[in-house]
Structure formats: C-alpha cells, structure tokens
Ligand binder design. Structure first.
Ligand code: F6P
Length: 366
C-alpha cells in the first residue's frame, strides 16, 4: 500500500501556509507518497475525521495564495495556550481520540504547521504516540529553536509599507501618527518594521515605556523643526508599572486578546504634547495576503525538509532555519519558551545608534 502522510495547519493563519502545504505534497509525491489534508486543524483528527486527499495538480498557484486551504482553528478542544507563556495540557481522552483518528486514516506521520500553541499540542500528540513533524509558523517570530518563522517577513513587509503611508500623512498634517502592530508578547514586528519604516519611537513588550520619554521625543523633534513624529507600538507593549492592554479577559482555554495600547499611547501623546495625534491599528491585515519572496522560499524549504524528516523517521522534531541551512530541532526544545527581542542584540543597538527612542528613560534611548 502507498505510504500516506497527513498535514494540518493550526492556530492563526499566516502568509505562506499554502506554500508549505504545496511543498509537502509535491515532495511527498516525488517519493511516491500520498498526502492527506486534515481539515480545520487538530479537530479534523477527531471522529468523524475530516480530511481529503491533496492532489499534486491542485498545488498549482498555492505558492502565493494567502490563508490555508485546510482551514485552521485556535480554540476548542485543542487550544494549547491560555496566557503569557502558559501552556495547557490537552485532555488525555482527546489525545487518545486524536491518535485513533490518525490510525484510522492509515497515516505514517503527521506534519503540524503551527505556532507555539499548535506545536505544544503537536508535542503532546507525539507523546501520545502520533509520529509528528513540526513546521514553525507565526508572524510573531516568537518560537525558539529557529532564527525565523515563516510569515514574519511578510508581516514586517506589510507593516513597513503601512508605516511609509502613515509617515506621509503625518508629514502633511504635522501630526503624530501611532501605528499599532501585532506580535503578541514579542516585539519583533514592531522593531523590524519600525526601523525599516523610519519610525522615531518604537515601543516593544521587552522594554516597558514611559510616557514622558515619548513626549520628550515629540517635543525635541518639534524644536528641531520636525513637526511630525512616527510611533510604532507593539500590541504587547506596556507602560512601566502597568499591565498589558487587552480586548477581553483570557478564558479557561483561550488566551487574552491583546490590543488597544496604540489608542492609549496616542491619547497620552496628544494630552502631553498638545499635538494632533492619530492611531492606526494594522490588525489582521498583517496576517493576510501573499507571502513575500523570502517567505515563499522559506516555506518551500521547510515543507521539503519536513518530508525528509519523515523519510528518516525523525519524529518529534521541528524544521528550523539556521542560515544558510534548514535543520531540525526537538519540538520539546522549541515550545514553552518565548523568543523575544534581545535587549543587547543588533536590532535594538541599530535602532539606538540611529537615535530611535524605545520609550525608556536610559540616556542612550532618547
Ligand atoms: O499569533 C499571531 C497573532 O496574529 C498575534 O500577533 C495576535 O496577538 C493574535 O494572533 C491574534 O489572534 P486572533 O486571530 O485570535 O485575534
């Protein structure tokens, strides 16, 4: 009988999911294997299972199609995260049912494409006896064990383009424009897009900010004759001594939704400087659409590597990017620890060297 592997996409959608699916299906096909798409995330493994055969020829055009043709889910019986770095143990009966579903589909292995929540579930499935291989996905770039996740470059590219647009309106109106970007508890998108987009202030979760430091930047620019200021705020940024700004409480099996800090910062800047200030929340626009060239290539390499791992029976591993190569790391190593922007790393040093403020009061930052 033909070797058959499964693939599912879990958690939030992200540019490049379909490119990974395409690479897995094509490289499996070249080995004479069949690929089954599990629909709607892990839920598709539970009886009655929900899957379909993915044909080689239907992969045409998937390289650049946004979203996921398999559907995805970040809530329900397989919700893996409930808070800031906290993971949830999936009900053992659900894991037993997932394994039964996996076996009923005649699968040799399962490729799980997901962020740290989905990879945490993948690890639990692996421990429950399902041969799993992971592919790290997230625009947040917060998964340990790989220097980059796919989707990040596309989100940064979109956010940078948005900042260029906010700059031109800020400049025309002599305003302060505040752009709020995603990233959860890591400031990768804000830091990269902020520097690439020429922001004057970048607020990230890793550095609690002070409103007076931000207002000082606006005032200093004003004194230099620069009558506009561009501020980037990560959704997980918080004022020193204050909590994260969220849109609703965390549920028993659901993480709290971050968001709203941009409006808080904009209001405080307006009050503190007297400048007309506007906020723009980029939100889910960062997750949609076409993956960048970098992401297409990364997704294709990740998909091919995942199939190679299966051929070597290297289960419980996740593909990873360690330039110039793709490699493999244990999923158990990568999950459960948040990869944040290093305070002494090149990205923040570059920003500070250019005089960008990170909202802290250290002399180097302002
Ligand atoms: O993890 C990706 C991400 O887009 C985060 O940046 C954001 O906090 C979260 O997902 C939003 O999730 P949802 O789609 O459930 O609103």
């Amino acid at each position: 009988m033909k070797t058959r592997i499964g693939i599912l996409t879990g958690g939030g959608d992200c540019p490049g999911l379909n490119a990974v699916i395409r690479a897995v299906v094509k490289s499996a096909f070249k080995r004479g294997w069949e690929t089954l798409g599990i629909m709607g995330g892990f839920e598709g493994l539970l009886a009655p299972t929900n899957s379909r055969v993915l044909n080689y020829h239907e992969m045409d055009g998937l390289l650049y199609l946004g979203g996921t043709i398999l559907g995805t889910c970040n809530k329900g019986r397989f919700s893996g995260k409930t808070g800031h770095g906290e993971t949830r143990q999936i009900d053992p009966d659900v894991l037993v049912d997932a394994r039964a579903g996996f076996e009923s589909l005649g699968l040799r292995a399962l490729v799980v494409v997901g962020g740290d929540g989905s990879l945490t579930i993948a690890q639990q499935c692996f421990e429950a006896g399902i041969p799993v291989v992971g592919v790290p996905k997230t625009i947040d770039n917060d998964i340990d064990g790989t220097v980059v996740t796919f989707g990040f470059d596309s989100a940064v590219s979109f956010a940078t383009d948005a900042l260029d647009r906010l700059r031109s309106t800020a400049q025309s109106h002599d305003r302060v424009m505040v752009g709020e970007v995603m990233g959860r508890y890591a400031g990768w998108i804000a830091a990269h897009a902020g520097i690439a987009g020429g922001a004057d202030v970048i607020l990230i979760p890793e550095i609690p900010f002070h409103m007076d430091a931000i207002c000082r930047v606006v005032a200093e620019r004003e004194a230099e004759g620069k009558r506009f200021t561009l501020v980037v705020v990560a959704e997980g940024a918080r004022e020193a001594g204050r909590d994260f700004v969220t849109m609703g409480e965390a549920g028993a099996i659901r993480e709290a939704r971050l968001g709203g800090i941009g409006a808080v910062v904009a209001e405080a800047i307006g009050r503190g400087t007297g400048k007309e200030t506007r906020v723009c929340v980029l939100g889910h626009l960062q997750r949609g659409g076409v993956p960048t060239t970098f992401d297409r290539l990364l997704c294709t390499r990740f998909g091919a590597s995942a199939v190679e791992l299966i051929s070597k029976e290297k289960y419980g591993y996740m593909v990873a990017h360690h330039p110039p190569d793709t490699s493999a790391v244990l999923i158990s190593y990568a999950v459960g620890r948040l990869r944040t922007v290093p305070l002494d790393g090149d990205i923040l040093r570059t920003g500070r060297a250019l005089g960008i403020s990170f909202g802290d009061r250290s002399p180097a930052s302002s």
